[in-house]
Ligand binder design. Structure first.
Ligand SMILES: [Zn+2]
Length: 704
C-alpha cells in the first residue's frame, strides 16, 4: 500500500510559513520573484486553512498578502497566470450556466441499509470479480452537491454539477471561488494529461449555522440543510456571493484520465485508496485521513455500525458510508449496470425523517412583530429527539408546499439542524383536510397585520404589542446578547405579566422586594439573578447592539457596528452612506439601523440603559490585533478557574491577538485547564496536538 505524506513536507511547511511572514515585511528582489513567492505562500495558506482545517496566518495577514499580490499583478499584468490565487475572483455576473456533457456519466450508487444487504453485496462482488481476494475501501458519504472537475495539463478547466448524470451545468466560475479546490496541480509530472475528478461540494456545519442565523435576522426562512445550501450556492449567478458563503470540497474519485504521449500509468492509479492518497499529496481535498481498507465484509459492517454512532463528530454532514472494491482492475471486471456501478455501494445511516400528522397551526408573534406560523404535529421521534412543533416560517412556505390541516407530512431533521416539513403526502389525503387560514389581526394585541411588498412575513406594527415587548426583553437577556443566565424566557414572561418588567431598561430596576415574596424565588435564586444582571452591565458593546434587536442586525453585523464607533450614541449622527461603507452592511441593514436610532423611544431606552450603568462604550474587546503577541493562536478554557475570571482571561487573549475557540479540535493550540476539567481535557489529550496549560502557565505565557 502506498502512503503519501501531506502535500508539503514539514521542511516545506516551515519554509512557506517563513516566506509568508517575510513577504508581509519585505518584497523579494524583483517584482516577478515576489509575485511567484506570494502565490506559493497564499496557496500554502489556503491549503492549510481549507484542506487541513489548521490556519497558519491571521486573517489580516492573509488579506495583506493577497492585496500585495493583487497590487503587483495590476502593475505587471503580463505576469498574471490562470492559476494565480487572484484569478479565483471572477469579474461580473454569469448570465446562466451552459450545459456540458460529463466525460463519463455520473451514476448514482445503490443503497444498502443493514448488515444483511452488505453481506449479499459482498457475495455478488466475489462472484463477479471471480475471486475471494477482495479488499474494500470505506469512506464517509458526505451530504453535499456533486461536482465534476476537469484538469487539462494540470490546470482546472471545468467544474460542472451532476445534472442528470450525463449532462451537467458548467459552474466553473463558481467552483473557482472554493479555495479548497486547487486551480492547478503537478499532474503532468505523473504523465497525466487530462483527468476528471469527482467530489462533493460541502458546507461546514458551523458556517451553515451562522449563515442561517443571518437569514433569520434578515427575516428570511433558514435553509433546510447543508446539502441544499451547498447545491443552491453552486448555482448562484453572482460569484462574489459564492465566495462569501465559505464552501468547501471533498474529492473522492478519479473517474477518467488520459496519459500523456509515452507516459506509463503510475502505480498509485491501481487502487482507489492509492489514487485518493495521491490526490491528497498534490493538495486536493481528498478524504485521505478518513479512508479505511478492510479485508472482509464483517470488518466493514462493524466499522459502519461504529461510525454511525460518531456521525455528528465530523465537521460536515454525513449521511452514510461508501464502500468500494479497492482494486481498479477488479472494478473494471465487475462493470456497471445502466444505473450504478457494481463495485460500489452506499451504506445509508438511519434516516432522520419521519411522517406525522399536521394537527393545527399556531401563529406566534416575534420581537420585531413578525408573525411565524408553527405547525403542531403528532409527536414523533426523529434522530433521537421527539418533534412536536415545526416552524413553517411564513405564508409563502405554506402556499408553496400546499399544506393543509390533517395532512400526513414528511418531517426531516438533519444533524443539529432544526426540523422542517419536507412535503405533505398528498396521495394519503382523504378529502377532509382543511386549508390553513392566515390571521388578518395580531393574535396578541388584535392590531391589523401588515405585509410590506418585499417581505415574506406579516407583521404587527404596534410597538407596544405585549408579546413583542416580552420577546424583546427575552432577546436582550439571551445567551448571545447580554447573557443574563437566570433571566430566561419563563422568568421574563412572568415578571412582564406582573408588571415588574415593563421594558428592557426595566431589567435594571426590578422591585426585588416583590420578587422575594413570589413562589420559587428563594434568597439564593434572587441573589444569583441580581448578580447576573449586575454583571451584564459590563458586557462588550456588540452584545448590547445585538440585544437591542434592530431588524436585520445579527451577531456578526452587531460586531461590525460596535467596532465602528466609540460610543453607542455615535450612531445618532450616522447616515446610510456611512453605514453602507462598513464591511458586509448592505442598504437594507443600513436603512434599518438609521431608522432605529432615529426613533425617540429608542433614544430614551438607550439613555435609560446608560443611566443604569450599562456599558455603551466600545472598549475594543473582541477585536483581535493582527500584530499581537498571540496572533494566529487559538485558546480554550475549561474547568473551574481560580486565578482569574474566564471572561477576563478571554479578553486578555483577544487583546493580544489570539482567538477563543468553542470546542476542542485540531485547530486548537492551547487548552487552559482549571479544576475538575472533563471531556474537553480528555479530547485534547487524545488529539495530542494541543498544548495543555495550567492557569499559572497561561499567565506566564501571556506575560502577566
Ligand atoms: Zn400585536
Amino acid at each position: 500500500m502506498v502512503y503519501f505524506a501531506g502535500m508539503y513536507t514539514s521542511a516545506d511547511e516551515k519554509r512557506l510559513y517563513d516566506q509568508a511572514k517575510q513577504l508581509l515585511l519585505n518584497d523579494a528582489g524583483s517584482a516577478s520573484d515576489t509575485i511567484l513567492l506570494l502565490r506559493e505562500a497564499i496557496n500554502y495558506a489556503d491549503w492549510k486553512y481549507y484542506v487541513q482545517s489548521d490556519p497558519v496566518l491571521a486573517d489580516k495577514e492573509y488579506d495583506d498578502l493577497y492585496k500585495k499580490l493583487k497590487h503587483l499583478e495590476d502593475q505587471y499584468p503580463e505576469q498574471v497566470t490562470a492559476d494565480s490565487p487572484t484569478q479565483r475572483v471572477a469579474m461580473g455576473l454569469s448570465e446562466r450556466f451552459p450545459a456540458v456533457s460529463h466525460l463519463v456519466p455520473m451514476l448514482s450508487l445503490e443503497n444498502t441499509y443493514n448488515a444483511e444487504d452488505l453481506t449479499d453485496w459482498d457475495r455478488k462482488c466475489r462472484e463477479l470479480a471471480e475471486t475471494d481476494e477482495l479488499t474494500y475501501c470505506v469512506e464517509p458519504k458526505y451530504d453535499g452537491a456533486s461536482v465534476s472537475l476537469v484538469y487539462d495539463d494540470g490546470n482546472l478547466v471545468r467544474g460542472a454539477t451532476r445534472g442528470d448524470g450525463v449532462m451537467g451545468e458548467d459552474v466553473t466560475i463558481n467552483v473557482k471561488q472554493i479555495k479548497a479546490i486547487p486551480l492547478s496541480a503537478p499532474l503532468l509530472q505523473y504523465g497525466i494529461r487530462q483527468v476528471e475528478i469527482r467530489g462533493e461540494i460541502v458546507i461546514h456545519k458551523k458556517v451553515f449555522e451562522t449563515y442561517n442565523k443571518q437569514r433569520i435576522a434578515d427575516g428570511q426562512p433558514p435553509l433546510a440543510n447543508p446539502r441544499n445550501a451547498a447545491s443552491g450556492t453552486l448555482r448562484i449567478l453572482d460569484p462574489s456571493e459564492v465566495r462569501k458563503r465559505g464552501l468547501n470540497a471533498i474529492l473522492y474519485s478519479i473517474s477518467d484520465y488520459t496519459l500523456a504521449d509515452g507516459a506509463v500509468r503510475p502505480d498509485v492509479l491501481k487502487t482507489h485508496y492509492g489514487s485518493l492518497q495521491w490526490l491528497y499529496s498534490m493538495g486536493f481535498p481528498a478524504p485521505a485521513r478518513e479512508m479505511k481498507v478492510f479485508k472482509t465484509i464483517d470488518e466493514v459492517i462493524a466499522y459502519c455500525a461504529d461510525f454511525e454512532l460518531r456521525r455528528d463528530d465530523l465537521p460536515f454532514e454525513v449521511d452514510g458510508l461508501v464502500i468500494k472494491v479497492n482494486d481498479y482492475a477488479l472494478q473494471d471486471r465487475m462493470g456497471m449496470t445502466s444505473h450504478h456501478p457494481r463495485w460500489a455501494v452506499a451504506y445509508k445511516f438511519k434516516a432522520r425523517q419521519a411522517t406525522s400528522k399536521l394537527l393545527r397551526v399556531e401563529f406566534q408573534v416575534g420581537r420585531v412583530g413578525s408573525i411565524t406560523p408553527v405547525a403542531k404535529i403528532e409527536p414523533v421521534p426523529i434522530g433521537g429527539v421527539t418533534v412536536s412543533s415545526v416552524s413553517l416560517f411564513n405564508e409563502d412556505v405554506i402556499r408553496e408546499k400546499d399544506l393543509r390541516i390533517g395532512d400526513t407530512v414528511l418531517v426531516e431533521r438533519a444533524g443539529d439542524v432544526i426540523p422542517y416539513i419536507v412535503k405533505p403526502l398528498t396521495e394519503l389525503r382523504t378529502g377532509d383536510e382543511q386549508p390553513i387560514v392566515y390571521p388578518t389581526h395580531c393574535p396578541a394585541c388584535a392590531s391589523l397585520l401588515e405585509r410590506l411588498p418585499d417581505e415574506a412575513a406579516w407583521r404587527c406594527i404596534n410597538i407596544n404589542c405585549p408579546v413583542q415587548v416580552a420577546e424583546r426583553i427575552i432577546h436582550f437577556a439571551s445567551k448571545d446578547a447580554m447573557d443574563i443566565r437566570s433571566l430566561g424566557a419563563a422568568n421574563v414572561q412572568k415578571f412582564h405579566d406582573l408588571g415588574l418588567l415593563p421594558d428592557i431598561p426595566g431589567i435594571y430596576h426590578i422591585d426585588w422586594e416583590r420578587v422575594k415574596g413570589m413562589d420559587g424565588f428563594g434568597e439564593k435564586s434572587v441573589t444569583n439573578l441580581q448578580q447576573a444582571i449586575e454583571q451584564s452591565k459590563g458586557q462588550p458593546l456588540y452584545r448590547v447592539i445585538f440585544g437591542l434587536g434592530i431588524r436585520h442586525v445579527g451577531e456578526t453585523t452587531a460586531k461590525t457596528l460596535a467596532s465602528a464607533v466609540v460610543h453607542l450614541t455615535d450612531f445618532y449622527s450616522w447616515n446610510i452612506e456611512q453605514l453602507s461603507a462598513l464591511q458586509d452592511i448592505g442598504p437594507k441593514v443600513a436603512q434599518s439601523v438609521v431608522d432605529f436610532f432615529a426613533r425617540d423611544e429608542n433614544k430614551r431606552m438607550i439613555e435609560l440603559l446608560q443611566t443604569a450603568g450599562v456599558n455603551l462604550i466600545n472598549d475594543h474587546r473582541g477585536q483581535r490585533p493582527a500584530d499581537g503577541a498571540l496572533a494566529g493562536k487559538t485558546f480554550l478554557f475549561t474547568g473551574t478557574l481560580s486565578h482569574f475570571k474566564r471572561s477576563d482571561a478571554e479578553a486578555m487573549v483577544e487583546a493580544k491577538g489570539g482567538a477563543i475557540l468553542g470546542g476542542v479540535s485540531s485547530k486548537l493550540n492551547y487548552l487552559i485547564v482549571g479544576e475538575d476539567a472533563g471531556s474537553k481535557l480528555e479530547k485534547a489529550k487524545k488529539l495530542g496536538s494541543v498544548n495543555i496549560l495550567t492557569e499559572v502557565e497561561f499567565l506566564d505565557l501571556i506575560g502577566s
